[in-house]
Design a protein around this ligand. Structure first.
Ligand code: TYM
Length: 335
């Protein structure tokens, strides 16, 4: 049997370069080859308490972006997580065999607990359980995600295997984080830190519909080495980040040129950033046009979501019928 593909993105604002190269680009290839489910993780976004208006706006935006950037609702299933109450039910059931100790050890939880000490809610703690439910509800095996989700996928395997063992069934496959390339992707941000993320601030992030002016401004302001260029050939993290970003959008000969300049200790970061800004604009321009057009013109987003929900629920119901039966719910008169 062909493997099932499942992945989602939280509606926390516009999609950025990290979402695209870490996850979305793989969605586009996988929808051609596999039975694929791509959803908008609106339950997950509730951990940060968005207002109903903000949530609605972000969800609409991400659906529009999914479609504008090339997901085809006939080739894959595009839906909202909250249109699948089966996911919430499976989450509840998996929670019974998810332990406090292992949940507290998850890196993303520890990080959130540190950065938002006033809002360490149970949803944050059980975030990986809900993610496991998202995947296992379709018995997904291939999960296109960026490198930051690796540990969550490990947890999904743990929860699925634990269910299989506990009930002596072979229901859930082992979901694996997946990338078409050799390894999972981590797109760095512009401010010299780790991965690109909205929480690191506007200056860190390049959106897929960034205006030409803002795009250029952000890249020209990106953190690089200051003062003397290094002569030991070793790149600082901020400089490596710029080279990594070039790797996404620049031609190999351009990258070789700047690598050589760096090795010789004569690199001019202003030139590098100018080139990166130009090549990034070439990459972003068609995406920006498509997103802008879809947001302004597509009146079918509700229809697309309803169509996707129907397809997704069929698959989810199949799994939940087995889960409920396995656990011993219903069919009181049978035994
Ligand atoms: P989210 O919304 O934070 O990110 C969506 C996808 O984008 C990837 N990503 C990155 N990849 C590389 N470099 C970056 N800088 C970068 N920033 C974001 C993420 O790895 C992710 O693939 N928990 C998930 C959403 C989710 C999910 C799921 C995913 C909920 N349920 C089930 C897969 C399967 C999340 O927060 O993604």
């Amino acid at each position: 049997m062909k493997e099932i593909v499942v992945s989602g993105i939280r509606p926390t604002g516009k999609l950025h370069l990290g979402n695209y190269f870490g996850a979305f680009k793989n969605f586009l290839t996988l929808q051609e080859q596999f039975d694929s489910y791509f959803f908008i993780a609106d339950y997950h976004s509730l951990t940060t308490h968005p207002t109903p208006g903000d949530l609605r706006g972000s969800v609409r935006r991400v659906i529009a972006e999914y479609i504008a950037l090339g997901l085809d609702p006939e080739k894959c299933t595009v839906y909202l997580q909250s249109d699948l109450p089966e996911t919430a039910e499976l989450y509840l059931i998996l929670n019974m065999n998810a332990y406090l100790g292992e949940l507290e050890r998850v890196t993303s939880f520890k990080e959130k607990a540190r950065t938002q000490p006033n809002n360490i809610n149970a949803g944050l703690l059980t975030y990986p359980v809900l993610m496991a439910a998202d995947i296992l509800i379709h018995r997904g095996a291939k999960v296109p995600v960026g490198k930051d989700q690796e540990q969550h996928l490990e947890m999904a395997r743990t929860f699925g295997n634990r269910f299989n063992r506990l009930y002596e069934v072979d229901l859930f496959p082992e979901p694996m984080a997946f990338s078409m390339g050799e390894s999972l992707v981590k797109v760095p941000g512009l401010t010299g830190g780790g991965k690109m993320s909205k929480s690191a601030g506007e200056a860190d992030t390049i959106y897929l519909d960034e205006s030409p002016e803002t795009l250029k401004k952000k890249i020209m302001k990106a953190v690089s080495d200051s003062g003397e260029a290094s002569t030991d050939g070793i790149k600082s993290q901020a400089v490596q980040n710029l080279f990594d970003l070039m790797g996404l959008v620049c031609k190999p000969d351009v990258i070789s040129f700047f690598n050589e300049e760096h090795a010789q200790g004569r690199i001019r970061y202003g030139d590098l950033k100018k080139q990166l800004a130009e090549d990034m604009e070439t990459f972003v321009a068609p995406l920006r046009d498509a997103i802008t057009y879809t947001l302004a013109n597509d009146k079918k987003l509700d229809e697309i979501a309803a169509y996707g929900a129907e397809k997704a629920r069929k698959s989810a119901k199949k799994t939940m019928d087995i889960v409920r039966d396995t656990i011993g719910f219903k069919q009181i008169s049978r035994d």
